[in-house]
Design a protein around this ligand. Structure first.
Ligand SMILES: Nc1ncnc2c1ncn2[C@@H]1O[C@H](COP(=O)(O)OP(=O)(O)O)[C@@H](O)[C@H]1O
Ligand SMILES: [Mg+2]
Length: 307
């Protein structure tokens, strides 16, 4: 018998995250893996070759599972990057960092044959070009490349809207403009959860009120939805290209072009909340099982390396 494996976890606690974490810890324990929770890199510091967090030497862990979207700071990302050099991380840092940026992700997806909404990027001083974009598209969406929850997304319906918006955009300290063609869709999407390359669950979201965004934070609601083979295959392909171990892919159907498009690949897709579980979203246990299986395999790799 080898030594006992130890993995670190930093997991969101709201929306039922605390209960999910308990299940994860229990299932890992059943496999002889000790899990140390609450390892928030925000509280960590570095002492020469060691990243120390709450008295734990993180670079001696067999694996680090980072699953907290809302509280990610630049400092945490910086330490995550360093830790990833020493310890297997889920998600691996490179894929996570990639998918934190919508432009970088879409650029890579597009060049690997995955359809996304058409997008454009130009320097912040090049507003002339931005005008050309709207002229060719009629409607577009301005997006912060690192946002989430639909925050900061602005629909631009015509050139006049762009003209009124530009002074505000210019006031902000932006490096560039990232815009997407506004897709004619039915204001619903698919959220496909993939773990370790395998499909674990699907649900739909529907925009609320007059909003065109499906995000819950923008008034959207969740509904039961089955994914067909085409949608699942598209999600799997997108995840494979990004390199994420755990991912949630947002997909919409373009009514004009009659095709599915990948809207976003999320590195920390939330589990179903207790209310959503009551409403019938039943993938949590499958997802936990798949993550435990993945952690078990990856943490083993490290133990073997050390022998
Ligand atoms: N190009 C687009 N065309 C139409 N609707 C869009 C487009 N991009 C985003 N949306 C809507 O806005 C929502 C949020 O966009 P998304 O890119 O997923 O950003 P966030 O990270 O904020 O969730 C999507 O769920 C979708 O409903
Ligand atoms: Mg989204």
């Amino acid at each position: 018998m080898g030594r006992k494996r130890r993995v670190g976890i930093w997991m969101y606690q709201n929306g039922g995250g605390d209960k999910i974490e308990k299940k994860l810890v229990k299932k890992l324990k059943e496999r002889g893996i000790e899990a140390i929770t609450g390892l928030n890199l925000r509280d960590a510091y570095v002492k020469s070759s060691h990243i120390l967090c709450h008295g734990i030497n993180m670079d001696k862990l067999d694996l680090f599972f980072s699953y907290n979207a809302g509280e990610q700071t630049q400092y945490q990302m910086y330490l995550y990057k360093a830790l990833n050099r020493m310890v297997p991380c889920i998600n691996n840092y490179d894929a996570f960092e990639l998918t934190e940026d919508k432009f970088q992700t879409n650029y890579l997806l597009r060049n690997n044959g995955v359809k996304t909404p058409d997008f454009r990027l130009c320097h912040r001083d090049d507003s002339k070009r931005l005008k050309k974009f709207i002229q060719s598209w009629k409607q577009m969406v301005y997006k912060p490349t690192d946002g989430w929850g639909g925050v900061g997304l602005t629909k631009i319906d015509n050139e006049a809207t762009l003209d009124t918006l530009l002074p505000f955009l210019n006031q902000m300290d932006l490096r560039f403009f990232y815009v997407e063609k506004f897709i004619d869709y039915d204001r619903t999407d698919f959220r496909i959860d993939i773990v370790d390359g395998k499909f674990v669950g699907c649900y739909g979201r529907r925009a609320g009120g007059g909003d065109w965004r499906t995000n819950i934070t923008s008034g959207g609601s969740v509904f039961l939805r089955e994914a067909g083979d085409e949608v699942v295959a598209l999600a799997k392909k997108a995840v494979k290209i990004t390199g994420l171990e755990v991912a949630g892919v947002d997909i919409i159907y373009d009514r004009k072009k009659r095709e599915y498009l990948v809207l976003e690949v999320n590195g920390i897709p939330a589990f179903a909340t207790p209310e959503q579980e009551k409403a019938g979203l039943d993938f949590n246990d499958r997802k936990i099982e798949a993550i435990v299986e993945l952690i078990d395999r990856r943490s083993n790799d490290k133990v073997k390396d050390k022998k």
